[in-house]
Ligand binder design. Structure first.
Ligand code: AMP
Ligand code: GLY
Length: 420
């Protein structure tokens, strides 16, 4: 049996391990107690000291730091771009410059290191104003506001380093785009691409998209209101030019391009690229791939995706609901006992249509799971259609309790109301 190493420690890596384990022996480094309880091997040995047929790097930070380059230099087969390709996510100003060079439709923008020119540019923009930190900020470095004073204050805080340290000392100010947002994941072997099911995630902490931005409170796939024509347009206007531009720059991008796309009245526009699987999108994309994940990712790493397919039609639907700690995202509490899980970290009352992916959990000395981070669990339900998947996800989530847990009640609600 082939062996696969997954780098990371969250619910995304749990979902990847769960999907890859259908056809390979998996090792997660470092993983977490909940992943290990699920029968998936977790080790603390660094990836560079492990042997496997395939290495999949989950989070962006090690990619930006060059882990994929290091592994490739050791002759290993890797899913994830090298440090240069990872700049597409690691630096928003690099990303926007790349979009312009490639002719990709995106929001108008300016990039600034000092206040006067930033304020001048702001005064030429119409609301909503969008202010971003240049570097990595775990999905929390973006302010969207129609209040000019708030926008100016945010620019000040980011430029001074008060808000995000060095990651924030260059700001990108963007035109606010209006429309439905889509998480569009594409596998790339450097030349060929295939799209996974379009999905949507829910970034705000509260129902109705209220409250603070988070890493993501839930997701569903496929995005049923997306048309075949829109998928075609994204491939033609965004993905194809991206591949040409990567080639032109000599970047052999073998990994996941996760495009954050706004479906505007004038066509899809690219908000951002991530250079890895989305979290929590992975928790709904993996179940739709059945046992195809290992073969697809191996082809990505080996550069031979040509002829592969990842069709999602007929694969059903999945919905994931994130359970977060009290105080998330500002001040998450940890150490609360989680009720409702069995020794394997899955529902104590098993349901074959529900999987519990562990993000911030650990086992205490009495063998109970306790909270150990902001996002604690992602509870995924699947079924033939979104409404069934949603019902199962919420049923599962309802069986799990811990003090002050934060969860949204409206994940995939509008999408299922639209379902016929
Ligand atoms: P990002 O970290 O770039 O993904 O931004 C986080 C969220 O802010 C996105 O998912 C959007 O909901 C919102 N956002 C980012 N850029 C824009 C924009 N130009 N117009 C409107 N909303 C945006
Ligand atoms: N779902 C947001 C992210 O993975 O960045």
């Amino acid at each position: 049996m082939s062996r696969c190493v997954i780098v990371g420690s969250g619910a995304r890596e749990h979902a990847l391990a769960y999907g890859l384990a259908k056809s390979a022996e998996v090792i997660v480094t470092p993983g977490n107690d909940g992943i290990a309880a699920h029968g998936l091997t977790c080790v603390s040995t660094p990836a560079t000291e492990l042997d496997a047929d395939l290495f999949v790097v989950g989070p962006e930070a090690p990619l930006v730091a060059g882990l994929a380059d290091q592994l490739r230099a050791q002759g290993k087969t890797v899913v994830g771009p090298g440090a240069v390709g990872a700049q597409l996510e690691g630096s928003k100003s690099y990303m926007k410059e790349f979009f312009t060079a490639a002719g990709i439709p995106t929001a108008a923008y300016g990039s600034f290191r000092e206040e006067t020119s930033a304020f001048e540019f702001l005064s030429t923009m119409k609301p909503p104003y969008v202010i971003k930190t240049d570097g990595l900020a775990a999905g929390k470095g973006v302010l969207v506001t129609s209040d000019l004073d708030e926008a100016r204050r945010d620019v000040q805080e980011k430029l001074s380093g008060a808000a995000f340290g060095d990651a924030g000392t260059t700001v990108v100010i963007e035109e606010g785009l209006v429309g439905e947002e889509c998480s569009f994941h594409v596998l790339s072997d450097g030349t060929n691409t295939i799209a996974l099911a379009p999905s949507q995630d829910f970034k705000r902490v509260g129902d109705g998209d209220s409250g603070a931005n988070t890493g993501g409170m839930g997701a569903y796939a496929p995005m049923n209101k997306m048309t075949g024509e829109q998928v075609f347009d994204i491939m033609r206007d965004i993905v194809t030019p991206t591949m040409h531009e990567l080639k032109r720059r000599g970047i052999d991008f073998r990994g996941v391009l996760y495009a954050g796309v706004m479906l505007t009245a004038t066509g899809p526009k690219l908000l951002e690229y991530n250079v890895r699987f989305g979290d929590p999108e992975t928790e709904v994309l993996v179940p739709l791939l059945g046992d195809k994940l290992f073969d697809l990712l191996l082809r990505v790493g080996e550069g031979c995706l040509d002829g592969a397919t990842a069709s999602w039609s007929g694969a059903g639907a999945a919905v994931t609901v994130v359970l977060a700690s009290e105080g998330y995202p500002q001040n998450p509490r940890t150490g609360d006992v989680i009720e409702g899980l069995g020794p394997d970290g899955q529902l104590a009352t098993p349901n074959e249509h529900v999987v519990v992916f562990h993000a911030g959990t650990k086992s205490d000395d009495q063998g109970r799971f306790v909270t150990n981070g902001g996002r604690v669990l992602a509870v995924t339900g699947f079924g033939d259609d979104l409404a069934t998947a949603r019902e199962r996800a919420y049923q599962g989530a309802g069986l799990i309790t811990f003090r002050g847990s934060v969860r949204r009640g409206d994940i995939a609600l509008v999408a299922t109301q639209g379902e016929t």
